[in-house]
Design a protein around this ligand. Structure first.
Ligand code: B12
Length: 295
């Protein structure tokens, strides 16, 4: 299922109602839609989400059929794991979309469903229950899913304008784990940041330079498994000194960062919910003039 634009049938399936009901809602102006040149109604997911929230509609029933009843919890995690192991990106995206329509924000789904699914996959790999190749299929599938999930985090209405300044998102030097960084990128883009994401293995000096050159309003750095904690601390200190000179905020996350002594300018965030809450105070207010990164 494509997530950003849905057909009448897909909306009906997601909401557990008949197509005629969806058409009636659309024609009454309750759900925003647009028409294709052929006259078919098309719905943006963010508008469907807005409708669900406005009506306090309780999505129920088969959503889409075969999904577990609970929006979160072990069944939802197991279901996502299964689809990811099968490399089924569409099924994973459809599951996130269906869960999102039941209320939780995308950051909550990342924290409570996607991350635990990856954690469980890691544990199965450690026990020798799945191969390295299977683990790679899961991580690559979920990387693609995160890239496609952005509309699930966008506010309803007009397309998002990148008017909150630049957010630089990187994993520290030597760090291959960058799925947390990718989640952060998806969420921040949906909230109006212009995201520059060097992601995995970003060398310390290059990151500090990028922050300064782009005049980053926000820098998010991740470390899952630091090979060298002192080197990570040094990299974070370099970023802190960059914001001392050029302004902006630095947030860090991931298990590896818990082991690092952080400078006063840098804040450790525990998960995607906290990242979203912290990012509210970073960057320009919506509606302010946009600036492009300088080269
Ligand atoms: C996917 C994966 C990989 C992929 C990464 C692909 C990619 N592009 O990221 C690949 C295959 C490359 C990989 C490689 C390795 N991996 Co690996 N990997 C994993 C796995 C399965 C999932 C990690 C993940 O992405 N989780 C998703 C994140 C988002 O979830 P999370 O970490 O729980 O994060 C939450 C919070 O901590 C926080 N958070 C995390 N990061 C961030 C970042 C920000 C900015 C914020 C705000 C918050 C935040 O928010 C998240 C959401 O709630 C884990 C299993 C596990 N237990 O985590 C192993 C795991 C991390 N890997 C492990 C190992 C050993 C390795 C390798 C050494 C394997 C090897 N022998 O080659 C290499 C090392 C690579 C390196 N030098 O960095 C071990 C680490 C053990 C340890 N701590 O010492 C784990 C735990 C597996 C295990 N059970 O043994 N891995």
């Amino acid at each position: 299922m494509q997530t950003d634009v849905l057909s009448t049938r897909q909306v009906a399936q997601l909401l557990g109602v008949g197509e005629a009901t969806v058409k009636r809602w659309a024609d009454a102006g309750e759900i925003d839609c647009f028409r294709t040149p052929g006259g078919h109604r098309k719905f943006r997911l963010r508008d469907v989400t807005a409708f669900v929230h406005k009506r306090r509609y309780q999505a129920s029933g088969p959503l889409p059929s075969s999904l577990p009843e609970a929006a979160r919890g072990p069944a939802a995690i197991a279901h996502l794991q299964k689809s990811a192991l099968a490399g089924d990106i569409d099924a994973c995206v459809a599951q996130l979309a269906a869960m999102r329509l039941r209320g939780p924000a995308l950051e909550e789904l990342f924290d409570d469903v996607v991350s635990p699914a990856l954690f469980a996959i890691g544990a199965r790999w450690e026990k020798g229950e799945i191969s390295v190749a299977e683990e790679h299929v899961v991580s690559q599938t979920l990387i693609d899913v995160i890239a496609r999930a952005q509309p699930l985090a966008e506010p309803p209405g007009e397309p998002v304008r990148p008017d909150r300044g630049v957010a630089v998102i990187a994993a520290v030097a030597g760090e291959l784990h960058d799925i947390g960084a990718r989640m952060a990128g998806c969420l921040l883009r949906a909230r109006g940041f212009e995201v520059l994401a060097p992601l995995a293995q970003t060398p310390a000096r290059d990151l500090a330079e990028l922050m300064q050159r782009s005049r980053a309003a926000l820098t998010v750095i991740t470390s899952t498994m630091p090979a060298d904690t002192a080197a990570v601390a040094e990299q974070v200190a370099l970023c802190a000194s960059a914001v001392r000179h050029a302004g902006g905020r630095v947030l860090v996350g991931g298990d590896g960062m818990r082991k690092v002594k952080l400078p006063a300018e840098v804040k450790l965030v525990a998960n995607m919910r906290e990242l979203m809450a912290e990012s509210e105070t970073a960057g320009r207010k919506r509606g302010a003039a946009r600036t492009s990164p300088r080269t």
